[in-house]
Design a protein around this ligand. Structure first.
Ligand SMILES: [Zn+2]
Length: 102
């Protein structure tokens, strides 16, 4: 499960950019280099956005903090577990990275 301490550490390495304009056909979001890009036109709801942010930060944690290969299905399962069991983290991520969404 993604932890608040991980999110704090990742703030040093990763930026989150919400893209409201460009339609990206690949996906809702991706993590590349130091940036998580979220394509808001592909996001269906607030819950979808929250799960997507958690999902991408798990990729970032695996890359920057754990240095492990990640598996798409495992990342998605962990995102759902985190969403269901640690909902505080969602508020924390939004406050830290996305003040405009508060
Ligand atoms: Zn993914």
């Amino acid at each position: 499960m993604l932890k608040i301490e991980d999110v704090v550490k990742l703030y040093e390495f990763v930026d989150i950019k919400l893209n409201y304009f460009k339609q990206e056909h690949c996906c809702k979001a991706f993590f590349e280099g130091r940036t998580v890009r979220v394509f808001m036109k592909n996001i269906d709801s607030e819950k979808d956005l929250e799960l997507t942010l958690i999902h991408e930060l798990i990729h970032a944690r695996n890359w920057y903090l754990l240095d492990v290969e990640d598996d798409e299905d495992e990342v998605e399962d962990e995102a759902v577990v985190t969403y269901n069991n640690n909902h505080e983290i969602v508020k924390f991520i939004k406050q830290l990275y996305c003040p405009r969404l508060k």
